[in-house]
Ligand binder design. Structure first.
Ligand code: SAM
Length: 288
């Protein structure tokens, strides 16, 4: 026990399936003096399942300041504490940030015990690019704010990941459809690690329809992942955003005929499609 003294452990717990807990997490939860839990009644289920009898105290968003001071006093007395939330990794849309900051300021060690996290589990199995992603926590509650968020990401290369509740999932997808191209790629990860786990990946149009038409798809907990903007992605006419940008630059300097001729050489795209696009771009510019 001596090596557990005066340390705050941030312990990840399962997001559904109780088996998703590490051996190290169980060892820490058994060995610390106190477990600070977001909801002690909820965490009792997990602790009972693993026959862990460590005393618990509630630490949640409404008692962060007072309970934070109490927990630091315990660390000063040489006790060790594990912070857990209702599910997954504490601090990820769960309480704990202010405690970790206070504890570090007071000079005590904070040690992560990693494990389940809904956004990472969803990313790993969605089939949407994982090399770059932005996590936005819970999506905004109003349609206007959601659309503004999607618009701000529409041309970003990173995958957008956020949490959504069951009573807003359809409205949220209505807003996705209003902002993104119907063919844009999206994934919905629902009830991860639980009995009704469903991960649906497809176009915005397909996934929207599937969730809207199936009331079962509107139940439970959700992670939504929207693919980033891909400049190389071909549109219906076979041209990419890069092709159109190139054509636009050429049109600003030469005639349609020369611009198309050069664009064919530089992009390797079909003359017919580039010519059509050049005429459309020209008439857009004239209208401006
Ligand atoms: N700390 C948690 C984590 O590490 O993912 C997140 C806590 S946040 C308060 C709860 C939200 O996470 C849910 O409303 C849902 O959007 C998402 N979530 C949690 N568990 C999930 C699961 N099993 N399947 C899908 N989404 C889940």
């Amino acid at each position: 026990m001596s090596n557990f003294k005066g340390i705050l452990y941030i312990v990840a717990t399962p997001i559904g399936n109780l088996a998703d807990i590490s051996l190290r997490a169980l060892e820490v939860l058994k060995s610390v003096n106190l477990i600070a839990a977001e909801d002690t009644r909820n965490s009792k289920v997990l602790l009972n399942h693993y026959s862990i009898q460590t005393p618990m105290t509630a630490y949640h968003e409404h008692n962060e300041d007072t309970k934070g001071r109490y927990l630091i006093e315990k660390l000063q007395q040489g006790e060790s504490i594990a912070l857990i939330s209702d599910a997954g990794t504490p601090l990820i849309n769960d309480p704990g940030y202010s405690l970790v900051a206070q504890v570090k300021l007071a000079g005590f060690q904070v040690m992560p015990i990693p494990g389940a996290c809904a956004l990472i589990a969803a990313l790993s199995a969605s089939g949407i690019a994982t090399d770059r992603f932005s996590f936005e926590g819970f999506a905004p509650r109003t349609s206007g704010a959601r659309r503004a968020l999607f618009e701000s990401y529409q041309k970003q290369p990173s995958t957008l990941v956020f949490y959504e509740s069951s009573h807003r999932i359809v409205k949220c997808l209505d807003d996705v459809v209003a902002v993104y191209d119907a063919e844009h790629k999206i994934s919905i990860a629902r009830e991860l690690t639980k009995t009704f786990e469903t991960i649906v990946t497809g176009t915005v149009q397909e996934v929207h329809q599937q969730v809207r038409d199936d009331s079962n798809m509107q139940r439970g907990e959700f992670v939504v992942l929207i693919a980033g903007f891909d400049r190389k992605q071909r549109k219906a006419d076979g041209l990419t955003d890069d092709d159109l940008e190139l054509l636009g630059v050429l049109l600003s300097e030469c005639s349609v005929k020369t611009a198309v001729k050069l664009a064919v050489k530089l992009s390797g795209q079909a003359k017919k499609e580039l010519y059509k696009a050049a005429l459309a771009l020209n008439s857009e510019n004239e209208a401006d």
